[in-house]
Ligand binder design. Structure first.
Ligand code: NAP
Ligand code: HSE
Length: 452
């Protein structure tokens, strides 16, 4: 069958289509690429939508800076407040909480649909944004906020809307994956791997949000809210970053046939009297044979387990200007089509309001690394403490520390213990005992084991 040719009698000329006014907030890494795609693909987008997208302004902090051919100087403004009131569609790629939050609320109050990549804002204050979208019957879309180019929000929110998602497990932060991958392949320390990541532009000058796990936690809160039809806020997500992961931990993981990855895990847990959910982010040892173990550099990958669909895996670029802009443009086309048709897309779904399980009540397998005195009975004492709290040891690795290397101190040893699954509260209680005993000289690492 022949395709309608743009401009043929079957397809109206793009210039004859109605116009939707688009405001872009931010012209940085992502905003610059959004503007490039909007200008290069304007004609095709018009046909896909049934309306032309006209960029009426681009808000920045400093309109004096030259930003290249795709960010025309005459569109730049430092008055974002006025701009959002004149638009049908607002693309927010400025980041941060304020003024982004107020601008988006104002845009929706003036009838604009909103597309945002701002996971920090959604995780912290998604509730007020959702409510504004409902109140003003406009769309709020945010595919780019979770794992950049990878379609995740739409699959969870729409494609799997008829299924029951049990678990979402993945690597959703590229910076930390790059650092852990570099530590694994070169044996570098966290500090050296971070410095290399910054030199190569993978990590920002202030890497806090990434290395402390806050970025991954924001994404986990968004995924959990969508997957479990429950409002899950950033503060509901247990969050540990990778700053404490050492080269020794990476080596120990390797000896066990494992690798360390920063995981975001959101899951539904069936209990005797119903179900609760968990949302958490932490570095974990996973088997080298696990598909997530081979996710290298700054790539992201996410597994979704759904009752009827089974296991699904999503993989791709979780950051970067063009990949993130691709996800934004997808949302722009959907929101624009909805406006042309006169409807709105999916709303917030929070009917289930499932309770969150405190971390203490979860069960995990652990890897614990201790420096201990090297004398008879120490291993028995440690094993006794663990067994006293119902924790069963899976493997033990011991290395003696040469007194010469230890400043001539009495003989000591590193021991690495992996356990079977046990209650978090039991592990915390065991660690309290280890901290108080003189036979344990230091608790060097405590990491969870996942993916078996
Ligand atoms: P960026 O490079 O720092 O760009 C931010 C842009 O917003 C700049 O053009 C800046 O103006 C403008 N801006 C910031 N505050 C403003 C204010 N108060 N008023 C007016 N303009 C303001 O940031 P980005 O990397 O593009 O990230 C943008 C958003 O996308 C963030 O929410 C981020 O989390 C999200 N995101 C980014 C990536 C990525 O790979 N970069 C991936 C996924 C999601 P000036 O240029 O004048 O300073
Ligand atoms: N800083 C994020 C990352 C990209 O490293 O994955 C934006 O979500």
């Amino acid at each position: 069958m022949s395709q309608p040719v743009p401009g043929s009698p079957v397809t109206p000329l793009a210039e004859d289509l109605p116009v939707l006014r688009v405001a872009v907030l931010g012209a940085g890494t992502v905003g610059g690429e959004v503007l490039r795609l909007l200008s290069q693909q304007g004609e095709e987008l018009a046909h896909r939508i049934g309306a032309r997208l006209e960029v009426i302004g681009v808000a920045v902090r400093d309109r004096g800076r030259d930003r290249g051919q795709h960010v025309p100087a005459h569109l730049l403004t430092e008055d974002a407040s006025q701009l959002v009131r004149e638009a049908d569609l607002v693309i927010e790629v400025m980041g941060g909480i304020e003024p982004a939050r107020s601008l988006l609320l104002d845009a929706m109050a003036h009838g604009a649909s909103v597309v945002t990549a701002n996971k920090a804002l959604l995780a912290q204050d998604g509730v007020s944004l959702y409510e504004a979208a409902d109140d003003h019957r406009v769309d709020l879309s945010f595919e780019a906020a979770v794992a950049g180019a990878i379609p995740l929000v739409r699959p969870v929110r729409e494609s799997l809307a008829g299924d029951r998602i049990q678990r979402v497990l993945g690597i959703v932060n590229g910076t930390t994956n790059y650092i852990l991958d570099a530590m694994t392949s070169t044996g570098a320390s966290f500090e050296d791997a971070l410095a290399t990541a910054q030199e190569l532009g993978y990590a920002e000058a202030d890497p806090t949000a990434d290395v402390e796990g806050h970025d991954a936690a924001a994404k986990a809160s968004i995924l959990a809210s969508l997957a479990f039809h429950t409002r899950v806020r950033l503060s509901d997500v247990h969050c540990e970053g990778i700053t404490e992961v050492t080269a020794q931990d990476i080596a120990a993981a390797g000896r066990m046939g494992r690798t360390i990855k920063l995981l975001s895990i959101v899951e539904r847990i069936q209990e005797e009297y119903g179900e609760r959910i968990s949302a958490r982010v932490y570095p974990a040892l996973i088997p080298e044979t696990h598909p997530l173990a081979s996710v290298s550099e700054a790539y992201n990958a996410v597994f979704i387990e759904a009752e009827a669909a089974g296991s699904l895996m999503f993989y791709g670029q979780g950051a970067g200007g063009a990949p993130t802009a691709s996800a934004i443009l997808g949302d722009v086309v959907s929101a624009a089509r909805a406006r042309v048709r006169g409807g709105v897309g999916p709303r917030e779904s929070r009917y289930a309001e499932l309770e969150l399980i405190p971390l203490d009540e979860l069960r995990s397998a652990f890897y614990v690394s201790l420096t201990v005195q090297d004398r008879p009975g120490v291993l028995a004492e440690i094993a006794g403490t663990l067994s006293g709290y119902g924790i069963s040891i899976s493997t033990i690795h011991q290395e003696l520390i040469d007194p010469q290397d230890d400043g001539g101190e009495p003989a000591s040893a590193h021991i690495g213990i992996s356990t079977h699954r046990a209650l978090e509260s039991s592990m915390t209680a065991s660690l309290d005992v280890f901290s108080a005993t003189s036979t344990v000289l230091s608790i060097d690492s405590v990491l969870r084991i996942e993916g078996d």
